[in-house]
Design a protein around this ligand. Sequence first.
Ligand code: DDK
Ligand code: ZN
Ligand code: ZN
Ligand code: ZN
Length: 307
Amino acid sequence: PRAHSYTKYNSWDKIQSWIASISSSNSALISKQVIGNTYEGRPMTVLKLGKRSSSTKPAIFMDCGIHAREWISPAFCQWFVKEALSTYGRDSQMTSLLNQMDVFVLPVFNIDGYDFTHKSNRMWRKTRSRKSGSSCIGADPNRNFNAGWCTLGASSNPCSDTFCGYSPESEIEVKNVANFIRRNKSIIKAYITIHSYSQLLLFPYSYTYDLAADHSELLKVAQGASAALRSLYGTRYTSGPGAATIYPAAGGSDDWAYDLGVKYSYTFELRDTGRYGFLLPESQIKPTCEETMLAVKYIAAYVQKNL
Ligand SMILES: NCCCCC[C@@H](C[SeH])C(=O)O
Ligand SMILES: [Zn+2]
Ligand SMILES: [Zn+2]
Ligand SMILES: [Zn+2]
């Protein structure tokens, strides 16, 4: 059977065994914790990166794969973990980051959906939850957070791809992540959620056109991160608040984290701009991940300086 590869879109089984092996590869720098199970019973495993310390360190939380068909997203989280471990001690910024902070990485948020896109419907987006009385399956986890829930840019139709769910955090996957972030909100200084596609770096709000209190700072950091990203291969990103930059969309994880008090809250829409869309070729995994590393490291460095 095919082995795990950082330059392929790995199946959930390959990612699960990768999580087990990488989390036991370097006890000084990485550990894992299961934060709950998905609807179909798969373990949602957060990898904790950072120099092991007996005292609590400030942290960054990053999730990938909240939307099942956005395969480049989990590929990036796997890449990030590999880069962090392999450049610690060699790259001064990564070394400083992992000495001073912890980075929580959830490689695949919506595991049931991700597995379904590998086995059945490549274009699936939502979770795979079922409710008696409805013939349609799943809710959009990025409309299911308790942030302006189901007010705009979301549907109350269970058959819609942007179905907001039956109530906020009705999706067990969303409940598990929200609980983890709530439990750790005093230490979590930044929230980064990785999607595709469109090449955008978005920040709150999407549930309203009102500007966030920290709008100018969030924009400044986003523009710096986009410039860092562009410096590698010239890939152009647009930065801005979600509502005006992409579309209004209530119930998002970024807006929820921001209103919880996590100031530096960003949504990435990775490559491309539509030529391949969700079907980004595996040949673009490496360049996409390398350029995105620069943007994420830019944000992390800014957060560090402003602890
Ligand atoms: N919180 C909403 C951020 C902007 C929309 C992001 C996209 C990613 Se596919 C969406 O959830 O529709
Ligand atoms: Zn998405
Ligand atoms: Zn998207
Ligand atoms: Zn690299």
